[in-house]
Write a protein that binds this ligand. Structure first.
Ligand SMILES: [Zn+2]
Length: 125
């Protein structure tokens, strides 16, 4: 379980989308921007480590935008994300991983095909 949600009043377990506690009826705090932002207070320590690793991969992917650097970083980030993927239970987290994976994959494909085209044009002339 990525989300460790509890009622503020009676501490019984809650579903992530539940606005009102089923056992005591206490209204719960509204969830903010659930697709892009994670409420780190409600994440389990294990999930926080995962999130930190995912953020690191995202930053590596951005560095990969530098021509040449992405030749190594692109495939490397893809590889790392494939290993993180199995542990992503929350939907918002999984979609964040997928977005980062797509960026890294694009970088890898564009830079490798670019390099191959350069090599090919050298070989042809
Ligand atoms: Zn309650």
């Amino acid at each position: 379980m990525l989300y460790d949600m509890k009622c503020v009043h009676c501490q019984s377990a809650l579903e992530p989308e539940q606005m009102r506690c089923a056992s005591c009826g206490t209204k719960q705090k509204a969830r903010r921007k659930r697709h892009t932002e994670f409420d780190t207070e409600t994440l389990t320590p294990e999930a926080q480590v995962l999130l930190e690793r995912a953020n690191q991969q995202y930053h590596w992917a951005i560095w990969g935008l530098i021509p040449g650097v992405g030749l190594i970083l692109g495939p490397w980030v893809c590889w790392n994300l494939l290993h993180l993927r199995g542990k992503a239970e929350a939907e918002s987290f999984a979609s964040f991983l997928l977005t980062t994976f797509r960026i890294a994959l694009m970088i890898a494909l564009f830079q490798w095909s670019g390099l191959l085209l350069i090599l090919l044009s050298c070989w042809m002339t």
